[in-house]
Design a binder for this molecule. Structure first.
Ligand code: NAG
Ligand code: NAG
Ligand code: NAG
Ligand code: NAG
Ligand code: NAG
Ligand code: NAG
Ligand code: NAG
Length: 336
């Protein structure tokens, strides 16, 4: 399944280029899945994405000229999680582009990769370039919000609007005392992930200790990735590598440099913090207070607006779709 070609550079060295095909993961996505092939770090990789046209009865139904919005998924999510938002954005005249990042979901899962937010932003930009998109709104949730911030910093002329939905990275966990965790230990944790552990985590951080049957979809989606017969271990390892990525690569110090029109959307009952699980209690107590972090972030990003949802957790767009999208469209319509 993986093909390898080596370039002999000198008698004693050979750099090998490996083709890692798209994931065989067969979870059904709501729109056709396309692949953007890229060569990165001597790997030939495929990045899966959905490209949802503006609805034909919306004001701007021409895909070429419609405003584009890019939806960036979180670490425990996939492009498919955005189905509801994408439908609503398409109905309001947007072309909606929904990539799966390398290592995630339907994209190639390298057995090792130097993950950085910069690399993922660069990959995402190469997808936009391949489609000739020169201006876009960037909306990111959770890890996707941290990535959206990095994207906006690297591509300020492309990023017209930045929308952060319960992003992670609003504080520098390591500076607050979270110990670094060796990747093999994170990998061992990832290998143990199952329905029970994932649901317990999501219930406590995403849904304010409540549960509805429809949340099971997103737990089972994730479980099926860990259980993939051929690449479940590669997925688990990529998840360990991306835990290290978000822990070691803060964006928080650069919020004042963001140029895009920005909306920060925060379910204030969220308590997500990378490394909380392996931190001592006195460190745990300082982390992930989103009722403080949202306000701080909106103050640091020039001109940013803040919307808080007082009774929602880490996934406000899932937990109360109507309220979340009403706030999103109110802002989009107003700021133009
Ligand atoms: C990887 O992709 C590049 C660029 O498309 C191509 O030239 C190269 O042959 C590919 N490598 C392999 C091993 O297929
Ligand atoms: C992308 O790469 C995959 C193999 O990894 C290949 O099957 C597919 O044809 C490529 N697509 C394009 C558009 O080159
Ligand atoms: C969409 O817009 C492009 C660029 O203005 C134009 O070339 C194309 O004809 C339009 N398509 C339709 C179906 O109107
Ligand atoms: C992007 O623009 C180039 C140059 O104008 C053109 O050749 C190519 O077909 C365009 N690609 C898409 C996906 O529109
Ligand atoms: C899920 O994982 C937890 C923790 O590793 C373990 O205690 C539990 O038995 C597992 N449950 C199932 C259903 O496999
Ligand atoms: C999807 O793949 C899983 C194995 O990962 C398999 O059990 C299941 O039958 C497949 N479903 C379909 C619809 O192909
Ligand atoms: C978050 O911080 C606020 C303000 O300092 C405080 O009132 C609140 O109790 C904190 N929440 C938690 C869960 O620690």
């Amino acid at each position: 399944m993986r093909s390898i070609a080596c370039l002999a550079l000198a008698a004693s060295t050979a750099l090998c280029q490996t083709v890692i095909p798209p994931s065989p993961w067969n979870y059904t996505y709501p729109w056709p899945v396309h692949y953007h092939n890229l060569t990165s770090q001597r790997l030939n990789l495929s990045m899966a994405y959905m490209d949802v046209a503006p609805s034909s009865n919306s004001a701007t139904s021409n895909t070429t000229t419609a405003p584009t919005i890019v939806l960036l998924h979180g670490k425990n999510f996939c492009g498919a999680t955005w189905a509801d938002s994408a439908r609503r954005l398409s109905a309001r005249g947007h072309r909606v582009l929904i990539p799966d990042q390398i290592g995630f979901c339907k994209s190639s899962k390298p057995t090792t990769y130097q993950f950085s937010l910069q690399q993922l932003a660069y990959n995402t930009n190469s997808l936009l370039a391949s489609l000739n998109i020169t201006s876009a709104k960037i909306l990111g949730h959770s890890m996707g919000g941290m990535l959206a911030t990095r994207f906006a910093l690297m591509y300020p002329t492309l990023t017209s609007h930045l929308i952060l939905t319960n992003p992670i990275g609003l504080e520098d966990w390591k500076a607050l005392g979270v110990p670094w965790r060796p990747i093999e230990l994170s990998y061992a944790d990832e290998l143990k992930a199952n329905y029970t552990s994932i649901r317990r985590y999501q219930q406590a951080t995403y849904y304010v200790n409540t549960w509805k049957p429809e949340y099971d979809e997103w737990v089972n989606m994730l479980v099926s990735l860990y259980q993939l017969p051929d690449e479940g271990a590669a997925f688990a390892y990529d998840m360990a590598l991306t835990t290290d990525m978000v822990l070691t690569q803060p964006v928080v110090y650069e919020f004042p440099l963001v140029k895009a029109k920005t909306l920060v959307m925060i379910g204030t009952r969220d308590n997500t913090a990378i490394g909380k699980a392996w931190s001592p209690p006195e460190v745990q107590a300082k982390l992930g207070n989103y009722s403080v972090l949202g306000k701080q972030t909106a103050e640091r990003i020039p001109g940013a607006e803040l919307v808080e949802f007082g009774d929602l957790g880490h996934s406000p767009q899932v937990q109360d779709s109507e309220t979340y999208h009403a706030a999103l469209f109110e802002w989009l319509d107003r700021v133009g």
